[in-house]
Design a protein around this ligand. Structure first.
Ligand code: PMP
Length: 475
């Protein structure tokens, strides 16, 4: 990568950087950035940070970072420049599109559109719905897949209640579709794996139910792609949306992949350069635009080539590490984590489909007698463990799971709820391909210790967050 090669050779060098075999396919974690970061403990000393909030954002794979660094000196404008680096960057951008298409098993006629995130991808699809589309969505969805549809004029949204088993989800969808026939265009939106419970949804069955009634289906794969192979053809879904930052590529990009026709027929998501093929002045003083019919139609403006390269790199790294090995390892860690939590009777794991339902490495729970924000703050301050507390941008689902009306958490340090009353928010622990066994064990031990001995520090609420009280000495 040091000499200035001719364009094709430089492209080859960049692909070669990506083609280094990803470490992995063993029972160990894949190397990620931040694995050796030390964080201070409020009780004194330092400890390596245990990142257990992968469901929010996963750390970058070392391999992704290396690929980005290898490309950085060659960074240039995409699709516009005549210069060498522009051509190279354009190649890289389009090759990344092809890599993502391969990763998702896209069909020949599918398009891969690069976006900013899953939220952006689903809003893009919402903006492309034909007038009069009926949308069917479970109220248990993440807000990113729950909310974009009702924002659109001429779109009619049906919200389906929380199913308590995968079969119930399929039956509820079948009933809802049948009850609203006849309809024109229709879309079902469903998540592949819940960001709250980690539970897997019956995507293939829901796709079959949708297609049987002439509806299409989009898969919110934000929490599924980092944990499972997702094959758009095999699942028979029409679109897949996901974010780079949950797929070990935290560089601000996302993907909407799938059927081209609605996207091709829609107004461009953003109007501007890159989306237009030609723009000409009309005699009456107006402007005529001929928009692209390819993915570029919805990618106006200078694209995030680094983010796109990072996503493609992550796709390759996970494929090479082997999903069979990754899934097996994650399930082993999940079993270990669940065993650890099961040793603490005060811990109640949240679940829609039941204790034994298959899930990815995401678990939400409440601890009897504890304010969840207080618990999460103590895990961070006293054990160096990063989890998340709250309602996880899925308020209706968490409301169902907690069996009550969640409200903004009260003063931390105060008990969450009186014994026998529902908790107000939850704690989420989530992990993935970069998580060492030690983090899972430290977490399980910390939960046990906190419940048994209580927090060793006092905490206060500051700007709505629970934080250690600096002035307080260890109890
Ligand atoms: N869907 C699910 C299931 C998610 O977990 C998330 C992120 N928590 C999103 C969509 C939104 O992703 P982003 O914030 O990257 O747009």
């Amino acid at each position: 990568m040091s000499a200035r090669p001719a364009a094709p050779a430089a492209s080859a060098a960049l692909s070669a950087a990506s083609a280094d075999p990803a470490p992995g396919a063993t029972d160990g974690p894949l190397p990620v950035l931040g694995r050796d970061v030390l964080v201070p403990l409020v009780t004194g000393g330092e400890v390596t940070y245990a990142a257990l909030d992968y469901a929010a954002s996963a750390p970058a794979l070392q391999r992704v970072w290396d690929d980005v660094a290898a490309y950085a000196p060659y960074y240039g404008s995409v699709h516009r420049g005549a210069g060498y680096l522009s051509q190279l960057s354009t190649d890289l951008f389009e090759n990344s599109r092809a890599a993502v298409a391969r990763f998702l098993g896209c069909r020949d006629e599918d398009q891969v559109v690069f976006t900013r995130s899953t939220t952006d991808s689903l809003n893009l699809l919402a903006s492309a719905l034909p007038h009069g589309t009926r949308v069917f969505v479970f109220e248990t969805e993440h807000h990113a897949s729950l909310l974009p549809w009702q924002q659109r004029a001429g779109v009619d949204v049906t919200y389906l209640g929380a199913p308590r088993a995968p079969e119930q989800a399929v039956e509820a969808l079948e009933r809802a579709l049948a009850a609203r026939e006849p309809y024109g265009p229709a879309l079902v939106c469903v998540t592949g794996a819940s960001n709250v419970t980690g539970e897997l949804w019956p995507v293939r069955e829901l796709a079959a139910a949708a297609h049987a009634r002439g509806a299409r289906i989009v898969l919110d794969a934000a929490q599924l792609v980092p944990h499972h192979p997702v094959d758009i053809g095999a699942l028979d879904v029409d679109w897949v949306a996901f974010s780079g930052h949950k797929l070990y590529a935290p560089f601000g990009s996302g993907v909407l992949a799938g059927r081209a026709d609605w996207l091709r027929d829609a107004e461009p998501y953003l109007a501007g350069g890159g989306a237009s093929r030609t723009v000409s002045r009309r005699a009456d003083g107006g402007v005529d635009v001929d928009w692209h019919t390819t993915a570029a139609r919805h990618e106006a403006g200078s694209p995030n080539v680094i983010g796109v390269h990072a996503i493609a790199s992550a796709c390759k790294a996970l494929t090479e590490a082997g999903f069979d090995a990754l899934v097996a390892r994650e399930q082993r860690l999940l079993a270990r984590l669940r065993e650890g939590l099961a040793r603490v009777p005060e811990v109640k794991v949240l679940s829609l489909f039941g204790e034994d339902a298959p899930r990815v490495g995401v678990i939400s729970f409440v601890v009897e007698g504890w304010n969840s924000s207080h618990f999460a703050a103590a895990l961070s301050a006293e054990y160096g463990i990063g989890v998340r507390d709250g309602l996880f941008c899925a308020h209706p689902l968490v409301r169902t799971l907690l069996g009550g009306e969640p409200e903004p958490p009260g003063e931390c340090g105060a008990p969450d709820a009186a014994p026998g009353e529902p908790s107000l928010n939850a704690i989420r622990v989530s992990f993935g391909a970069g998580t060492p066994d030690e983090h899972i064990d430290r977490f399980a031990d910390a939960v046990q210790q906190l419940v048994r001995d209580g927090a060793r520090w006092s905490y206060r609420t500051e700007d709505g967050r629970c934080v250690p009280d600096r002035g307080t000495t260890v109890a």
